[in-house]
Design a protein around this ligand. Structure first.
Ligand code: NDP
Ligand code: PYC
Length: 333
């Protein structure tokens, strides 16, 4: 394993992105997002994503110097057109005005359009909870996932994330794909030549398999059968047609076999609990704590593993598999 400090982790991503022609603001936003993923030991959405970002750029499916444009379309609605760039800079540009809308109205919907998406959603959710807001976010991706009962890919891996701010503590955050697992995890299993657990996908004949490559060529499955399938459909709708952007099937058609990262939109809902609850806000927000405590007694809270990983990385830096480190350095040739 290669060992890197957190500063070197971020610098490696930034250097590779600049080497391939990303503008400074695009490279900075992307590198921050990837370094956060690596720091929290979310291997499928850390530095590994550099391989996909550079391949996407080389395939002509991303704009390296895109300047996102912010459109204030209604008191509680904000759109940011990413102009074909990656999502992190578009999110960064829209965050302050979206938070201000939530403060004014109690609720704001923030849509990002025309972006290439590679990242974990918790990175964004945590920026919103840091402002004392409740947050939800979701995106389509590429059509890789069969709806419950089917065997042909239709849905994306369609992540859904939620965040709740907590006084004096890290926020309650969950963030998961509506497929049984993120596609990135299956890709990492393929890279390492390891089988995946049963239930993640089927081969191109519709047969269950634990062969990562066969699933990537076949179809992934939703989590929770028809329940994950319905949630995935909801995400296709509210982060697709509702915001005037692609579904996962349309993203894959746009890709046209290039093998690039998905190109679509994202919907983020921000709720200001203090505006909602007025003078009784603190009293009601405090009532969340016994719920979290009881959940923790029965298992662990989502994000606990991630927060522990963060502490470890802050103290010791990160480790990368040698093969991935070599592949990343090769991007500088
Ligand atoms: P998981 O199936 O591992 O689920 C992740 C969530 O569940 C995390 O919040 C995790 O917390 C929590 N969790 C896991 N195990 C437990 C447990 N035993 N008890 C309580 N909570 C638990 O991840 P996925 O593969 O579904 O998704 C991984 C990432 O991939 C997400 O960050 C998502 O945003 C990203 N993604 C992005 C896509 C895109 O288009 N941009 C598409 C699909 C996924 P913890 O982190 O602490 O383990
Ligand atoms: O892991 O499913 C995934 C994914 C798609 C886009 C970014 N991550």
């Amino acid at each position: 394993m290669a060992q890197l400090s957190l500063d070197d982790t971020r610098a490696l991503a930034h250097t590779i992105l600049r080497h391939h022609g990303f503008s400074e603001d695009q490279a900075a936003a992307i590198a921050d997002t990837m370094a956060a993923g690596q720091r929290d030991e979310c291997a499928s959405h850390g530095l590994y994503r550099l391989l996909g970002c550079i391949a996407t750029l080389k395939a002509g499916k991303a704009v390296a110097n895109a300047q996102p444009e912010t459109h204030d379309i209604a008191p509680a609605l904000l759109k940011v057109d990413a102009k074909g760039g990656f999502s992190p800079l578009a999110f960064r540009r829209g965050l302050s005005p979206a938070l201000e809308k939530a403060r004014q109205n109690g609720l704001a919907a923030f849509a990002i359009n025309h972006c290439v998406h590679f990242s974990a959603l918790w990175v964004e959710i945590e920026e919103i909870t840091a402002a004392g807001m409740v947050a939800l976010a979701c995106t389509p991706s590429h059509a890789w996932v069969a709806p419950a009962g089917g065997s042909n890919p239709l849905f994306g891996t369609n992540p859904f994330a939620f965040g709740w701010p907590r006084a004096g503590q890290l926020p309650f955050v969950f963030d998961f794909a509506t497929s049984a697992i993120a596609r990135g995890e299956i890709e990492l299993h393929r890279r390492e030549g390891k089988p995946v657990p049963p239930g993640w996908g089927i081969d191109d004949k519709g047969q269950p398999t634990t062969d990562a490559a066969a699933i990537l060529a076949g179809a992934m499955l939703t989590f929770g059968g028809h329940k994950g399938s319905a949630l995935s459909a909801m995400i296709e709708l509210i982060a697709g047609p509702l915001i005037g952007d692609f579904t996962s099937a349309e993203s894959r058609a746009w890709d046209n076999g290039a093998g690039a990262l998905p190109y679509h939109g994202e919907l983020i809902i921000i709720i200001d609990p203090r505006r909602f609850l007025g003078a009784q806000a603190e009293e009601h927000l405090a009532r969340a704590e016994p719920l979290f405590a009881a959940m923790a007694q029965n298992g662990r809270l989502p994000s606990q593993r991630r927060y522990e990983a963060r502490q470890r990385s802050l103290a010791q830096g990160i480790t990368l598999p040698d093969a991935l480190y070599r592949d990343l350095l090769a991007l500088l040739d």
